[in-house]
Design a protein around this ligand. Sequence first.
Ligand SMILES: *[C@@H]1O[C@H](CO)[C@@H](O)[C@H](O)[C@H]1NC(C)=O
Ligand SMILES: *[C@@H]1O[C@H](CO)[C@@H](O)[C@H](O)[C@H]1NC(C)=O
Ligand SMILES: *[C@@H]1O[C@H](CO)[C@@H](O)[C@H](O)[C@H]1NC(C)=O
Ligand SMILES: *[C@@H]1O[C@H](CO)[C@@H](O)[C@H](O)[C@H]1NC(C)=O
Length: 468
Amino acid sequence: MKLVANLVCVFTCLTAVACDRVYVHPFNLFSFNKSTCEELENLVQEGKKTFFPVSIESQTTPAYEDDLNNNVKLETMSLSISGRQKLSYLKDLVYVLGARFYSELRESQRGQNLLLSPNSMYGSLVSFYLGASNQTATDLQGLLGFVTPSGDPDCTSRVDGHKVLSTLRTIESLLVKNRDEELLSSKMLYLFSAPGVPLSKSFVHDLVPSADALYVRAIDFTNPGEATKHINAFVEAKSGGRSKHLLTDLDPATNLLFAVDVHLAGNVKKALRLKEPHEFWVDSNTKVLVPGMSVTGTFKYKTDTSKTFAVIEAPISKNAVLVLMQPIDGNDLDKIEAELPLQSSAWLQDLSPRHIKLTLPELTIEGSSDLQELLTDMKLPALLGKEANLSKISDANLTVGKVITKAFLKLSSDGADGADQPEDPATQKEDLVLLEVMLNKPFLLAVFEEKSKAMLFLGRVTNPLNSV
Ligand SMILES: *[C@@H]1O[C@H](CO)[C@@H](O)[C@H](O)[C@H]1NC(C)=O
Ligand SMILES: *[C@@H]1O[C@H](CO)[C@@H](O)[C@H](O)[C@H]1NC(C)=O
Ligand SMILES: *[C@@H]1O[C@H](CO)[C@@H](O)[C@H](O)[C@H]1NC(C)=O
Ligand SMILES: *[C@@H]1O[C@H](CO)[C@@H](O)[C@H](O)[C@H]1NC(C)=O
């Protein structure tokens, strides 16, 4: 059976290549072409324009930030065929790297809640790729998963970071497109540099499309305690109080710090708040009581072939789906985590509709990771370390302090208290067996953008009480 399936696949893939004369390897949708390569050479010769960011203490918004933030409009573009191809290729690269980071974090933060945003981690590395030269650029491109199909080492084997950033942004724009109810999403980007460090204008300008707002400020890092306090207060103020405690510590040698902060808050569609607290087993001996919610309806569901876990998919808005993965039959989370799907599409594969009563805790979870530290743990310290060539960010010798990606996810019920939920009469057929899915012990979750099937968040909930 499997062999037949493989043969069918080989056959269709071959015909796809043979019939479609304009087939373009997805890599080439992101790489430089010959004519842009020539333009680039001229640009390099023009020299670099730089500027000095204003102090973090300045009360007035610097003109460059105004200009930057006026440019930021989440355009909801219609997708061309090559646009779709780009999305579909990039979403897999984003997931592969996100899953690598997840595996690293699950070890170092054993037993704790985890949340990461693969999209913004990937985007942060693309930003540094835009600022990198020479071997550092080559290595970052490799980490991002872009391997040239031709193998030629010339300029056309290099990926255009702008195209990658704008495709990542398309995914985020799809999320907020035509939303039909309250879905709060925001993405803020911060760049802090030491006084006297000039920044490249074009580098900063290139970051504009990647967030809802971008702040670029100078701060003295030599007193790390003070600097931490100032930065945290700045970020808290700019985020309207939503984002607290960005930093816990700093290296006084730092002269550049990068941070991206993403928030998503939504409701599990038609879910009602439970009147009684929801029992959640943190481990086999420890029970906590948490606010819960419940929803009955038709959901996509599966159990894997070896019956170690169950997957259920529930909408949180028109454009976002929540995927919950729970161990079953006495298996524990560790086992599922160790065998995370290698491709993002596997999360959504083979699901079929079932009539289900889903009960889960209301969730507010947050996660913060330093990409520099993660890369060091992954034995790739040079990429953002002292040796990195970031000459397109600044002429000064840069010491990148941290590259923080922070993620926040809040999932609530639609609000009403559900004592006796009125059943949808259409689903009250006798032949429908109601399956009860109760998330009452540690589980994994992921949030996907519906159309592109790109993963926006990946996390684990070990204790809903230890949220924020
Ligand atoms: C090369 O790329 C640029 C920018 O992406 C595009 O405007 C141009 O049409 C391309 N040229 C060719 C020959 O494909
Ligand atoms: C960084 O790369 C640029 C461009 O290739 C090069 O001119 C410069 O010498 C490099 N700097 C270091 C410290 O290697
Ligand atoms: C890096 O930059 C140096 C100095 O400009 C240059 O000699 C070298 O060929 C570059 N290496 C790569 C891989 O581009
Ligand atoms: C950067 O560091 C190198 C080696 O430590 C030094 O030779 C160079 O002058 C420094 N450049 C600047 C602009 O400080």
